[in-house]
Ligand binder design. Structure first.
Ligand code: VGL
Ligand code: ZN
Length: 198
């Protein structure tokens, strides 16, 4: 349910595809349950952005092989998204435009970063492009999407959470739903593709 007028894509809008990488998809080393549904879901938004020549950013986990979040180093995750491996590649079916800006994060052994804003120039790039309203979807709802949305709001951006283009890890059942609640409480608006003006 999303009362209100249809959303018109406009100058100042940007799409942020969070960590749509092979290791987070079925068959990957840290597969998000049904994570692959975000690919066709995001592709619809990507087509709408492409039709209006609006900018797209794609964040990616870009870990060294000895990253602190991996179990061998005392972290909680299996190795995933090791820089330069096929698991770290964006999903091949994701229709990223040639102009998409890639934002790599958590690229040193000691730094973990769930947020696309943490230790990156994402905020500066968005401001330089006079981008104010961010459409955010991808993986995973309860980690990188949650933290990216939280930082985006803290940085003063308006956030439209793409409710039909996110999936959760759900280490604990309900984590994804709780993350969604938290994002809405912080000021994000939850939208679905059908809420866009044709
Ligand atoms: C993520 C777990 C570990 C994510 C990244 O992209 O949500 N989750 N690293
Ligand atoms: Zn990671």
């Amino acid at each position: 349910m999303n009362p209100g007028s249809p959303i018109r894509l406009q100058a100042g809008d940007a799409l942020i595809a969070v960590d749509v990488q092979n290791d987070f998809l079925p068959g990957g080393s840290l597969a998000v349950p049904l994570g692959d549904i975000v690919v066709p879901a995001l592709n619809r938004y990507l087509a709408a952005f492409a039709a209006r020549a609006l900018p797209v950013f794609a964040t990616r986990d870009w870990h060294p092989a000895n990253h602190c979040s991996f179990k061998a180093q005392g972290g909680i995750w299996p190795p995933h998204c090791v820089a330069g491996t096929s698991g770290a590649e964006f999903a091949s079916g994701l229709d990223l435009p040639a102009m998409a800006v890639t934002v790599s994060k958590a690229a040193t052994p000691e730094s973990d970063a769930y947020s696309g804003f943490a230790g990156t120039d994402l905020a500066a790039r968005l401001r330089a492009g006079r981008l104010a309203r961010l459409y955010i979807g991808g993986l995973a709802t309860d980690y990188c999407v949650l933290n990216t949305v939280r930082d985006a709001l803290a940085e003063g951006f308006e956030v439209l959470l793409l409710a039909d283009a996110i999936r959760a890890v759900d280490v604990k059942p309900g984590d994804g739903a709780r993350a969604c609640d938290a994002m809405l409480r912080l000021g994000a608006r939850s939208i679905r593709y059908e809420d866009l003006a044709p």
